[in-house]
Write a protein that binds this ligand. Structure first.
Ligand code: ATP
Length: 235
């Protein structure tokens, strides 16, 4: 479904990603683990067309997409929920959700059905639909950011550090919904520093350090990997 082959990305002279090769198969939930600055957001921004690879290839559903614009990629089924949520704080919850379907050519019925699905996943967003996004709690804002990305009805949802800054109980709620979204048929690529919570719901994962993939494996292998445990699980 999604394949990156030897992808490198530079910011000026600085090489943020070096020869990244990874795959996400239909229906999978794949986690990308890495510390601050390892390059997780750069991988996501490159997949969703916000950064251009300087080298290597990206394939999506059999077609080459490296260098394609972000608006084309959202129409091709790639939804991106960015780190830091990037909501429109003055706009209402409902308006933020509508913005998620704006760039995608859909009819009114599809948009209404998707909104219903998002409200079913996150009932609090329906309760608070008239409230401004900026007035929500951190956890509710994260739910809104995920809901907004779901409004484009992505085949592949990129979730960049959804647990950042959230209390453990809220992290659990957010991860439960991510798991449910995946079981509902949406393929998920999840970047996280919270390896414990992320690996619990993941099929497979990659560990990135200094712009390179250093470990990859199934859920059990990563849980059992000493380096992963020391660096990301704290055991
Ligand atoms: P974080 O969780 O801190 O965002 P990350 O794993 O997502 O970490 P990236 O944001 O992808 O990491 O950053 C990878 C490297 O690229 C870091 O060294 C970062 O300082 C650098 N970098 C990111 N964006 C830019 C930019 N626009 N210009 C220059 N360097 C950048």
């Amino acid at each position: 479904m999604l394949t990156l082959t030897d992808v490198s990305v530079r910011y000026g002279f600085y090489e943020a990603l070096t020869d990244i090769s990874m795959k996400v198969e239909p229906g999978e939930l794949v986690v990308l683990l890495g510390a601050n600055g390892a390059g997780k957001s750069t991988i996501f921004r490159t997949i969703s067309g916000l950064n251009k690879p300087t080298k290597g290839g990206i394939e999506w559903n059999g077609a080459s997409i490296g260098g394609m614009s972000a608006s084309k990629l959202v129409n091709a089924g790639i939804g991106h929920c960015p780190e830091g949520r990037k909501l429109f704080p003055e706009m209402s919850v409902y308006e933020n959700l509508k913005m998620g379907s704006y760039a995608v050519r859909r009819n009114k019925k599809e948009v209404a059905d998707t909104l219903e699905r998002v409200y079913t996943l996150f009932p609090i967003l329906e309760e608070k639909m008239k409230a401004s996004a900026g007035s929500l709690s951190g956890g509710q804002q994260q739910m809104l950011a995920i809901g907004r990305a779901m409004m484009s009805r992505p085949q592949l949802l990129l979730l960049d550090e959804p647990s950042i800054g959230l209390a453990p109980l809220i992290v659990k709620q957010v991860f439960d919904v991510i798991h449910e979204i995946n079981r509902g048929g949406t393929t998920v690529l999840l970047a996280e520093q919270n390896a414990n919570a992320a690996l619990k719901i993941a099929d497979r994962g990659y560990v990135i350090e200094d712009g390179k993939i250093v470990v990859e494996g199934g859920q059990d292998e990563l849980f059992a990997n000493d380096e992963v445990r020391k660096a990301y699980i704290g055991a």
